[in-house]
Ligand binder design. Structure first.
Ligand code: AGP
Length: 613
């Protein structure tokens, strides 16, 4: 939540910052702002409610030339989304400016203290309190700008990725991180700071991922990294793993559509190199490292939020089914505030696209403190979760920009299938023959998804029929149940239609009361273990005159007699069902949202990376 970007170097900062903000807009789009500092020590601050495009209009043709600048795109936490609460925020004397992603938890106490010392605040934000604190420390101590920032941060409780400019030192840019992401880009006599590498990749591939408790001091073209307690750290430079084309729309109308269509490739990238068909072997370094532990594993606990939690639910079925290991799937936000029974014999799998979700990070810390082994399944390389866990597997979906997760989900499921198979092999709960069959099937999934994508026109027509529905019900059993949940989440988050996912058999314990001739019911009824049972559930919906949309297996003509609409998907092994059956549901929600003229890539009130609890 909230995106930050900053530049110091020999180019004009403003266009770089604005372009960077557009790339980070998926992180929040309630307001945007920039602060620009030139060598004459003049600080220009422009901010505006709404999107980066609104900020650009606000700036218009004003003079923005400066070699140092920073910008912010906001997802509101403290204070309404308006011009005053928009970042950057200034100190009382106007000498310092700050942008911030995170939450200063003790801002109330700090604000009271500062008010007693005569500080007046313009906004309702926690961020403004921090920049006043820096001003106060600077004023009352014989310290430099950098020292004032460092000393102030020792008084702060909470999470932050901040960048600060000072009119006193226009040649300086200071960034600091704790709990929110920050990447430093290192170019030729120029530096970039951003929430992720997307604003940077266009200019340089060399980056440093700042660790919690570190401060980046850029003076001219020199970068120094220190800890809050003033220990110098040598920068660990790595290369950005994606290309510019991965973060552009590439001819698609929306990122979400592009990302749906990328799934044959992203799934392949997620299993390629990990499957060895000739000797029916799976290589996953993180899992192989824990071979002994896995053989005696008592329990797996999977934690995640939203779509990642849905992938976790698929994981529960996989690990129990294939590796015969008991699994619990927990919402990270609940897990962290319970008193969970967890210990050294537990293997915790944390699933996250962004690798930055605050609740998941906190749940990891809790499980770690109890001695559990933590395994991360993440998409963003270098993000916080992979750096906190004991081991892990990247999902290789590539950057996912659309707020609604699509290709990240199927990449997570791919990684979980491989993990479950690898554990099953280590534990001896699967025969080589069966393992080979499933691995062979995995290799066919990209092509099967290509076939599902060809139903796009049919799904578009279906979307036109149901775009004005007030409610949707999604039903599934077994591996179809997490698919139903994910289909419902996709629809509600981008089209704002109320949708519920349910285990098909649970319908008769309540939701069946909702069904009438107005209610579209999407049912995953493929020819797998629960087929006959789901067919009975379809009959129950039909008897209440619900509109039946079925995801069925190619060749199943029988189902047409019961359904109002059938979307066919290729026959597949049951464990692969979530990879294939999810695709038509993603397309359905996408087309409904487009027809309702919703902002598909940036749905209201949401942000891609939820770095607040
Ligand atoms: C998915 O479409 C959502 N936007 C959301 O539920 C997301 O999956 C959730 O916030 C978890 O994010 P993460 O995977 O980055 O941890």
């Amino acid at each position: 939540m909230c995106g930050i970007v900053a530049y110091i170097g020999h180019r004009d900062a403003c266009p770089i910052v604005l372009k960077g903000l557009k790339r980070l807009e998926y992180r929040g789009y309630d307001s945007a702002g920039v602060a620009l500092l030139d060598s004459s020590k003049e600080m220009k601050v422009y901010k505006k409610t709404g999107k980066v495009a609104d900020l650009e209009n606000e700036i218009g043709s004003r003079d923005t030339s400066a070699f140092t600048g920073m910008g912010h795109t906001r997802w509101a936490t403290h204070g309404a989304p308006n011009d005053v609460n928009a970042h950057p925020h200034l100190s009382g004397d106007g000498e310092f400016a700050i942008i911030h992603n995170g939450i200063i938890e003790n801002y109330g106490a700090l604000k009271e203290m500062l008010k007693k010392r005569g500080h007046e605040f313009k906004s309702e934000t926690d961020t403004e309190v921090l920049i006043h604190l820096i001003e106060e420390v600077y004023k009352n101590n014989p310290v430099t700008f950098e020292e004032a920032v460092r000393m102030s941060l020792t008084q702060v409780v909470g999470a932050y990725a901040i960048v600060i400019l000072s009119k006193k030192d226009p040649n300086y840019l200071i960034g600091a991180k704790k709990g929110s992401p920050m990447v430093i880009g290192i170019g030729e006599n120029e530096h970039f700071i951003a929430s992720d590498a997307t604003p940077i990749v266009e200019y340089t591939r060399n980056v440093v991922y700042l660790n919690d408790g570190e401060i980046a001091i850029i003076e001219g073209s020199e970068l120094t990294i220190k800890t809050v307690d003033n220990t110098i750290k040598p920068p660990y430079i790595t290369a950005i793993e994606f290309n510019l084309e991965n973060i552009e729309k590439g001819g698609y109308e929306h990122f979400m559509l592009k990302e749906i269509y990328e799934q044959p490739r992203s799934i392949m990238d997620s299993f390629r190199g990990r499957i060895h068909l000739p000797d029916a072997r799976i290589t996953m370094a993180g899992i192989d490292k824990y071979e002994d532990k896995i053989k005696n594993i008592q329990r797996i606990v999977i934690i995640g939020c939203g779509t990642s939690w849905h992938a976790g639910l698929v994981g529960e079925y996989l690990f129990e089914d294939l590796a015969r290991i008991p699994v619990e799937v927990e919402y990270a936000s609940e897990f962290r505030y319970r008193n969970p029974v967890i210990g050294e014999n537990d293997f915790v799998i944390a699933i996250s696209q962004s690798g930055e979700t605050a609740d998941t990070l906190a749940a990891i810390e809790l499980a770690k403190s109890k001695g559990a082994t933590i395994f991360g399944v993440c998409n963003v390389v270098g993000s916080s979760i992979p750096r906190t866990t004991d081991a892990g597997a990247y999902t290789h979906a590539g950057p996912e920009i659309g707020v609604a997760s699509t290709k990240a989900f199927t990449a997570q499921v791919t990684a979980l299938i491989l993990m479950a198979l690898s554990m099953a092999q280590k534990k001896g709960t699967i025969s080589t023959q069966r393992l080979r069959e499933i691995l062979n099937e995995m290799e066919t999934v990209p092509e099967k998804i290509e076939r599902v994508l060809k139903t796009d026109d049919q799904i578009k027509e279906l979307a036109a029929t149901y775009k004005d529905a007030k409610n949707f019900l999604y039903l599934g059993r077994g591996y179809g149940f997490p698919v139903a949940l994910e289909g419902a989440l996709k629809l509600k988050e981008i089209s704002y239609i109320h949708a519920e996912g349910y285990p098909a058999a649970e319908m008769k314990h309540g939701p069946i009361a909702l069904i009438d001739e107005e209610m579209p019911v999407v049912i995953i009824a493929t020819q797998h273990s629960n087929y006959e049972k789901v067919v009975s559930n379809i009959q129950e919906v039909k008897a209440r005159k619900g509109k039946i949309i079925v995801i069925a297996t190619e060749g199943d003509t029988h189902i047409q007699e019961m359904a109002d609409h059938v979307i066919y998907i290729p026959a597949c092994e049951e464990v692969m069902l979530p990879l294939i059956a999810t695709i038509p549901l993603q397309l359905l929600s996408y087309h409904i949202a487009v027809l309702r003229e919703c902002n598909v890539d940036q749905p209201r009130n949401l942000a891609k990376s939820v770095t607040v609890e």
